[in-house]
Design a protein around this ligand. Structure first.
Ligand code: HAM
Length: 429
């Protein structure tokens, strides 16, 4: 055993699990493309201010969860990305994407970093897939990203997920609500925890997102943002709900849903899975019409998006038995070496088969023939190709169909032909 362990909050993904990841990633790529989203890859670290401005300095993410570092004493502070949206918007603005087309539909799969206390479903390095629809913001646009997210869940066969949805109104709605919250919390100043005291001044909405159980009763009695919405914000929300109903997407309205990032306006949503325990949020998102200006854009760049936690998605799928049918295909050929002194010759054959596009395995551990046959069956090889002295001298090799046990002795060219041409292969099957 090594004296080193993986860092707390990180984990290794071994081949069997990697197969599950690749399967989910394939579904994400396929469905994103079906909805007209194209992939974007942004850097793993950015200037720290991008996240401070974008996500909000009073959020937990910025306040205590960022991995920040200074590459040199005079350099600007950098931060490992804790989420994707700020980086994607930064990239869109930097490239001036909107001058090329009015709408950009982008999606991503990638690693994120948050200095949270690790527990089941909560890591310090984790992954998300998500999408950002940039350039227009409307009930139709946000419904589009929710629909894509729910379509991915459905395609993967997930059951029992709950979509909760809320509206955070527009800037004016939130300004009125902010005053109402300050008026409500002010008399309780003494019993507010330190974080909430600070938030009361700067951003009272964040108090509603407090994880401190001692604050819960107070938070439960707070006024609802919903009661401060103007008519057009309400209409906007109704329209989003209309689209969801039209598409048979079930939802619960949750007036307490504020989300952990500051950039949202109007619709915000979260999906939870009952298989997950305390960390039950599998994905979330919403509209973020103000983010671009927060990042220095002189024009409005409205947008909406979502992100889903890959690890939590995979935990849920595993618990629901959704990987049962997932078997990666075994190699077409397993070379079985009868004598170790023919290894170099056998390696040459393996190379020729692989160059011809035939998935080939060969034992490098000098195991007995019996052990090699056992291994060929274990990895579900379709054929065994025997290499022994007779084969070496005659140039004819025995190819055995491991499903039917039929075997034939053939030249290497004939073997290649059989494995390439289904019609010829049938002779053996
Ligand atoms: P978020 O709610 O912070 O939103 O993260 C989305 C999902 O990432 C969560 O629902 C959860 O499944 C997963 N996640 C978050 N933190 C962890 C962690 N420490 N360990 C494992 N999984 C985690 C965002 O990140 C927004 N950028 C979503 C968005 C996109 N909004 C608009 N566009």
């Amino acid at each position: 055993m090594s004296q080193y362990q993986a860092v707390k909050g990180t984990r290794d993904i071994f081949p069997e699990e990697a197969t599950q990841w690749k399967y989910v990633e394939r579904v994400v790529h396929t469905l994103a493309s079906l909805y007209g989203f194209s992939e974007i890859r942004v850097p793993v670290f950015e200037y720290t201010e991008l996240f401070q401005r974008g996500i909000g300095s009073t959020t937990d993410i910025v306040g205590k969860e960022m991995f920040s570092f200074q590459p040199d004493p005079k350099g600007r502070s950098l931060t490992l990305r804790p989420e994707m949206t700020a980086g994607v918007m930064r990239a869109a603005l930097q490239k001036n994407l909107l001058s090329l087309a009015p709408v950009h539909k982008l999606y991503y799969i990638g690693e994120l970093f948050r200095k949270e206390r690790p527990q089941a479903g909560r890591q310090r390095q984790f992954s998300q897939f998500g999408s950002e629809l940039i350039g227009v913001s409307s009930p139709a646009a946000v419904a589009e990203v929710i629909t894509l997210m729910m379509h991915v869940f459905e395609s993967l066969g997930l059951r029992g997920l709950k979509l909760r949805i809320n509206t955070l109104g527009d800037g004016a709605d939130r300004a009125r609500y902010r005053e109402a919250l300050q008026a409500y919390f002010a008399p309780f100043h003494e019993i507010l925890d330190d974080a909430s005291k600070e938030r009361l001044e700067k951003n009272p909405l964040r108090i509603l997102d407090s994880k401190n159980p001692a604050m819960q009763e107070l938070v439960d009695g707070a006024p609802r943002l919903y009661d401060y919405l103007n008519g057009s914000s309400l209409q906007d929300f109704e329209k989003v709900l209309f689209y969801l109903a039209e598409r048979n997407i079930a939802y619960d309205i949750d007036h307490r849903l504020v989300r952990g990032l500051d950039y949202y306006s109007h619709t915000a949503f979260e999906v939870t899975s009952s298989e997950l325990g305390a960390q039950d949020a599998i994905g979330g998102g919403g509209r973020y019409d103000g983010l671009a200006r927060e990042l220095g854009s002189t024009a409005d760049v409205p947008a909406s998006g979502f992100a889903v936690g890959m690890e939590r998605l995979l935990i849920t799928m595993e618990k629901q038995g959704l990987f049962a049918a997932l078997n990666s295909p075994g190699p077409q050929v397993s070379i079985v070496l009868q004598q170790q002194d023919l290894l170099d010759h056998a390696l040459q054959i393996a190379w020729r088969l692989r160059k011809a596009g035939i998935k080939t395995e060969i034992d490098l551990a000098a195991r007995s023939m019996k052990a090699q046959m056992r291994e060929a069956n274990r990895i579900r090889a379709s054929y065994a190709l025997f290499v022994g002295t007779a084969e070496y001298t005659t140039g004819n090799y025995t190819l055995k169909n491991l499903a039917t046990s039929e075997q034939r002795t053939l030249s290497l060219d004939a073997v290649l032909q059989i494995l390439h041409e289904p019609a010829a292969r049938e002779l053996l099957e």
